[in-house]
Design a protein around this ligand. Structure first.
Ligand code: 1KN
Length: 481
C-alpha cells in the first residue's frame, strides 16, 4: 500500500511539476506581451457576487435623459439642431448665456416620480439609469459643490431623490448616470497641457469625487453608477486617480456596479487595459449597437443602451427619420438577452415632466408583451445553440429550460431547432399553453422541426423547450461518408 501511495504521490508531484512548468513557461512566454500594470483590470472574468447576478438577470432596463436640454427639445427660435438634443448647448447657434440661464425656467409642473416608476413597472423594466448630471453640468440633485443645481431652479425640490425613492418603491433598481465632463465647471479641461491646466484639473478631480460621494451618501439605494464623458485626454491621463476613485466608491458602497466607461489604466487605455482585459464590472461600450454573435462579447457581462429615434437621448420636439416600433424594441431585447446581455431603452421626458405619446405607447405595448412573455427575458442567458433564422434562444439560468422567441415564421411554418451537443429536447409547448405539448419532428443529427401556422402573427411569441442531457446518436453510430 505504502509503495503504491508513494508511487501515486510521485506521479502527482510529477504532474504538478509539469503543470507548474507549463504555467511558468506560458507566463514567461506571454510576459513579453503582458505589461505589468498598477492600474489595469483587477479581475479577469465576470464578477461572481449576488449583486452582479441580479444585474445579469435584469433583461430589460430603462434609461432616462432629463435636464435643462429638455426645455429646448432640440429647437432654438424655430430652428432645429441636427445633433442629439441633449447636446444643443454645443450647437454653434446656441449662445452659451441663453443655455446657461435656461435652468431658471426649469419648473416641471407635471413631474410625478411615482407615475414614472409605475409606467416603468408596467413596461416590465427591472432597472433604471437616471441622469443626475449630463455634460452641461446641471445637477438634478441639490449638490453642495456647485450652485448650478435644481435647488436654484424655480422647482427647487430634489429630483434625484424622488426618482430613486419612487423606483425603489416599485422594486426597480436604480443606477445613476453621471457625466464626468462638465461644461459648467471652469476647472474642467479637455487636456492637460499647462501647469495651470493640471492645477485646475486637480480641483476638478476633487469636485468629481465630492459629488460622487455625495450621491452615494444621499441615495444609498443606488445599485450602480453609469459614467459618461470620460473620453478626453485629461481623464485618460488620470489613470491612477480614476482607479483609486473607483476603489474608494466601492469601499463606500459595497456591491456597487460600475461599467467599463469610467476609468483608464496608466497608459490611458479605456474599457480594456493594456493587456486587453476589461476594466469595470461590465462592458459599457454597446451604445446604440448590439453584438451580432456571442464571440463579440468576449466573455464579458454587458448591456446595450438604445434610443427610440435613430439618435438623440434628451427630449426632441421633432423626431426626424425612423423611430423604432415596439416589435423592433422587443426584438432588440430578445437579441441582447440571447447573447447574455441586458437591453436598456431610453426615454426623454419633456421639460414639464410628461412623456411624449410615442414613448407612452411603446412602454405600454412592450409591457403588455412582457406580461405574457417575460419568462423568456428575466434571469435568462446565452444558450450556446446554433442561431436559427426564426428568432432568438434564451436559457433560464440554472434550469433546463430554453425559450424560443419567434419573430420570423418561415413560409413553410417549420421552425428548426438544433440543440447544443449533449442536449436533448424533452418537451415543447407554447409559453401561453403549458399543458399542451407541441410535436417535435425529429430530423437527422439531433435537429427537430416544430410546425406552426405560417401566417397570422402580430407579435413575437415564445415556445418553451424543456431539455435534458443526452444525445440522439453517438458519434460512432453516425453514418460515415
Ligand atoms: C459619439 O459621441 C457621443 C458622446 C456622448 C455619443 C453619445 C454621448 C452621450 N452618451 C449617451 C448615453 C447620451 O448621454 C449622449 O449624450
Amino acid at each position: 500500500m505504502m509503495g503504491i501511495d508513494r508511487y501515486r504521490n510521485n506521479i502527482k508531484s510529477l504532474t504538478h511539476f509539469l503543470f507548474a512548468g507549463c504555467l511558468l513557461a506560458s507566463v514567461s512566454l506571454s510576459a513579453q506581451q503582458t505589461k505589468v500594470l498598477q492600474h489595469g483590470a483587477h479581475r479577469v472574468g465576470k464578477r461572481t457576487d449576488a449583486e452582479m447576478a441580479t444585474w445579469r438577470g435584469y433583461g430589460l432596463g430603462q434609461f432616462i435623459h432629463w435636464g435643462v436640454y429638455s426645455l429646448f427639445g432640440g429647437e432654438l427660435n424655430g430652428n432645429y439642431y441636427n445633433g442629439a438634443a441633449e447636446w444643443i448647448r454645443s450647437w454653434k447657434d446656441m449662445p452659451h448665456g441663453v443655455y446657461d440661464s435656461a435652468y431658471k425656467q426649469f419648473n416641471p409642473a407635471s413631474f410625478n416620480a411615482t407615475q414614472w416608476a409605475k409606467m416603468a413597472k408596467q413596461m416590465g423594466v427591472r432597472y433604471v439609469t437616471f441622469t443626475t448630471k449630463h455634460h452641461d453640468g446641471f445637477c438634478l440633485w441639490p449638490s453642495k459643490y456647485t450652485d448650478y443645481t435644481i435647488a436654484n431652479s424655480p422647482y427647487k425640490k430634489d429630483i434625484v431623490k424622488q426618482v430613486v425613492d419612487a423606483y425603489s418603491k416599485e422594486g426597480i433598481d436604480v443606477y445613476l448616470y453621471f457625466s464626468v465632463m462638465d461644461w459648467h465647471n471652469p476647472d474642467w479641461r479637455y487636456d492637460l497641457k499647462t501647469k495651470e491646466d493640471s492645477a485646475a484639473f486637480e480641483r476638478f478631480k476633487l469636485f468629481t469625487k465630492n459629488q460622487l460621494t455625495e450621491l452615494l451618501q444621499q441615495y444609498p439605494q443606488t445599485k450602480g453608477l453609469w459614467f459618461d464623458g470620460t473620453w478626453d485626454n485629461s481623464w485618460k491621463k488620470s489613470g491612477a486617480f480614476t482607479d483609486t476613485l473607483e476603489q474608494y466608491l466601492k469601499t463606500l458602497h459595497p456591491g456597487l456596479i460600475i461599467g467599463s466607461r469610467f476609468r483608464a489604466d496608466e497608459f490611458g487605455n479605456r474599457h480594456v487595459d493594456a493587456n486587453g482585459v476589461l476594466m469595470g464590472d461590465y462592458e459599457q461600450g454597446w451604445e446604440r449597437k448590439i453584438p451580432k454573435t456571442y464571440a463579440d462579447v468576449h466573455g464579458n457581462d454587458w448591456d446595450c443602451v438604445m434610443t427610440i429615434p435613430e439618435n438623440g437621448w434628451g427630449y426632441q420636439k421633432k423626431w426626424l427619420g425612423h423611430w423604432k416600433s415596439t416589435n423592433e424594441i422587443l426584438e432588440m431585447t430578445a437579441q441582447c438577452v440571447s447573447l447574455g446581455g441586458n437591453f436598456v431603452l431610453n426615454f426623454g421626458p419633456r421639460a414639464d415632466g410628461t412623456f411624449r405619446p410615442e414613448e407612452v405607447t411603446i412602454a405600454k405595448e412592450a409591457g403588455d408583451w412582457m406580461k405574457i412573455n417575460s419568462a423568456a427575458i428575466y434571469n435568462c442567458e446565452y444558450t450556446g445553440w446554433e442561431k436559427q433564422d426564426w428568432g432568438y434562444y434564451t436559457k433560464k439560468t440554472g434550469e433546463n429550460k430554453v425559450y424560443m422567441i419567434v419573430f420570423n415564421v418561415p413560409v413553410s411554418g417549420s421552425l428548426k431547432i438544433k440543440p447544443a451537443k449533449n442536449t436533448l429536447v424533452d418537451k415543447a409547448y407554447l409559453l401561453t399553453a403549458p399543458g399542451k405539448n407541441l410535436s417535435l419532428e425529429k430530423l437527422d443529427y439531433g435537429a427537430s422541426f416544430i410546425h406552426v401556422s405560417s401566417t397570422g402573427y402580430k407579435q413575437p411569441f415564445v415556445i418553451v423547450l424543456e431539455t435534458k442531457e443526452g444525445s440522439e446518436k453517438s458519434d460512432e453510430q453516425k453514418a460515415k461518408t
